[in-house]
Design a protein around this ligand. Structure first.
Ligand SMILES: Cc1ncc(COP(=O)(O)O)c(C=O)c1O
Length: 453
């Protein structure tokens, strides 16, 4: 992979480790002795039991060998305090009522499960047969994406913990907008770190964050550089500041906490499917950046083995080009930003620069729970290229009058490969994780160079 090197400064003494590509044995440095060696096959054997327990567990620390809390000791008490809150809110009727009311009246839930009739027609074969395609309309949420489901919940936790200042990092700007909105509503100070590269690509979201009262701090580079800075800020201001994680990564309890806030997507989908056709979906499809919209949709169905779970990563300019964000397809297991999961790094453990036309998919890691779902074989993961995502962006706009985020367009693009393989009448739910007006300039720029789009 040809990309610039950066030092993973998040937790500097906790560097990544390297797994030999020819061995199932993990070689780990700088980690507690108890996990110095971990056999992947043994972990896979435990998968079946873990899969059933994952569905109900609210606060899981390890997903197979993935997850954990690989952070300096100085952060442990803060993370323990967060963990205690996360545990207590599930039984806190007042918190849950406020969250439910806010999701309904402010965010606009529930989001529709929309039957995409013309898209369904598009994928019919010569005999007029094909799957039925539904879109889970997370693009209709306040702020334009699924990110608000989690931002609202965490901002409420920040308030309860007495932290009046919130820091976040954003790539596409959707998490930044969601966090800025949640903070405005709860009267919390909001600082959003964003890479200069991403600010150029998503200028409308920068403006929206500022309008919502957030201070936007420009960091040389892209999302991974911005997230390093946001974490650095948090680590230096633990007493006053809450780090509002935008996806299902980071040290425990962040992956489970974010997944729980996002799991409303799958819960609604189950109920809506039952109402609409009296059953479950056959296939769920979601794009994968860090993994929060995918886990939000999948989690409810992890125990329903007959429901296929398909995650679509950003193949960028192609997996062989080295310019992609396909962490699950091309990465190795390592430790990054406090958690063990698949990630893109070189043989010396240095994090590689990911690439995608969908800015929000440009992340060199992926959540530990998705990493486990890959290892266990419960979920399938594929990738589509920038070009394919752009074509899907235009296709949905023209056929359904819905402009999807370029991130969500990756999930939609995979329908090209998936649909011809499915039986007539199969029910496919695609998570339309965000709206794509923010990407119109990018699309036009590419379309003007490429007559095929
Ligand atoms: C609309 C949209 N979809 C998907 C993603 C990817 O994030 P995740 O994998 O956490 O859902 C982003 C990230 O910014 C996004 O803005």
């Amino acid at each position: 992979m040809s990309t610039g090197r950066t030092t993973p400064i998040h937790f500097p003494h906790l560097q990544s480790f390297v797994r030999s590509k020819t061995s199932s044995q993990l070689v780990i440095t700088s980690l507690p002795p108890v996990i110095k060696s971990c056999n992947i096959r043994a972990a896979a054997k435990q998968s079946a039991g873990l899969i059933s327990s994952l569905q109900t567990a609210v606060n899981v620390k390890y997903f197979g060998k993935h997850g954990g809390k690989y952070v300096p000791e100085t952060l442990i008490s803060c993370l323990s305090e967060l963990e205690a809150r996360v545990n207590s809110i599930s039984n806190d009727a007042k918190f849950q009522k406020e969250l439910g009311d806010t999701l309904r009246d402010y965010v606009g839930r529930e989001t529709p499960l929309y039957f995409a009739e013309r898209l369904t027609e598009h994928y019919k074969n010569a005999d007029g047969e094909g799957p039925l395609i539904y879109l889970k309309r997370e693009d209709l949420n306040h702020g334009g994406s699924h990110k608000i489901n989690n931002a609202i919940g965490q901002a409420m936790i920040a308030r309860e913990m007495g932290r009046r200042r919130v820091v976040a990092a954003t790539g596409a700007g959707q998490h930044g907008v969601a966090t800025a909105a949640a903070c405005a509503r709860l009267s919390l100070q909001c600082v959003v770190y964003m890479g200069t590269h991403d600010m150029k690509r998503q200028p409308s979201n920068v403006l929206h964050m500022k309008l919502l009262g957030a201070e936007v701090k420009a960091i040389e580079g892209s999302f991974k550089d911005a997230s390093s800075e946001a974490i650095r800020d948090w680590v230096g201001n633990l007493e006053t500041t809450f780090y509002l994680s935008g996806t299902v990564v980071g040290p425990h309890p962040c992956p489970a906490m974010v997944r729980n806030f996002q799991s409303v997507i799958g819960k609604e989908t189950r109920r809506q499917a039952l109402e609409k056709w009296g059953g479950k979906p056959d296939v769920l499809v979601a794009c994968v950046g860090g993994g929060s919209n995918a886990m939000g949709l999948f989690h409810e169905f992890v125990g329903d083995e007959e429901v296929r779970l398909i995650g679509v990563e950003a193949g960028g300019l192609g997996l062989d080009s080295g310019r992609h964000s396909a962490t699950l397809a091309m990465g190795d297991v390592g430790v990054y930003q406090g958690t063990m999961s698949y990630l893109l790094h070189d043989d010396e453990g240095q994090i590689l620069n990911p690439h995608s036309i969908g800015v929000g998919l440009e992340y060199p890691g992926v959540g530990p729970e998705l990493s486990f779902l890959k290892d266990s074989g419960r979920a399938e993961f594929y990738s589509v290229t920038d070009q394919e995502a752009l074509e899907a962006y235009r296709r949905l706009s023209l056929l359904e009058g819905i402009i999807p985020a370029l991130e969500a367009s990756h999930a939609l693009a995979y329908l090209d490969i998936l649909c011809p393989t499915l039986t007539h009448g199969s029910k496919v739910v695609v998570n339309c994780s965000g709206r794509g007006e923010k990407d119109a300039i990018t699309f036009i720029k590419y379309a003007s160079h490429d007559q095929s789009i």
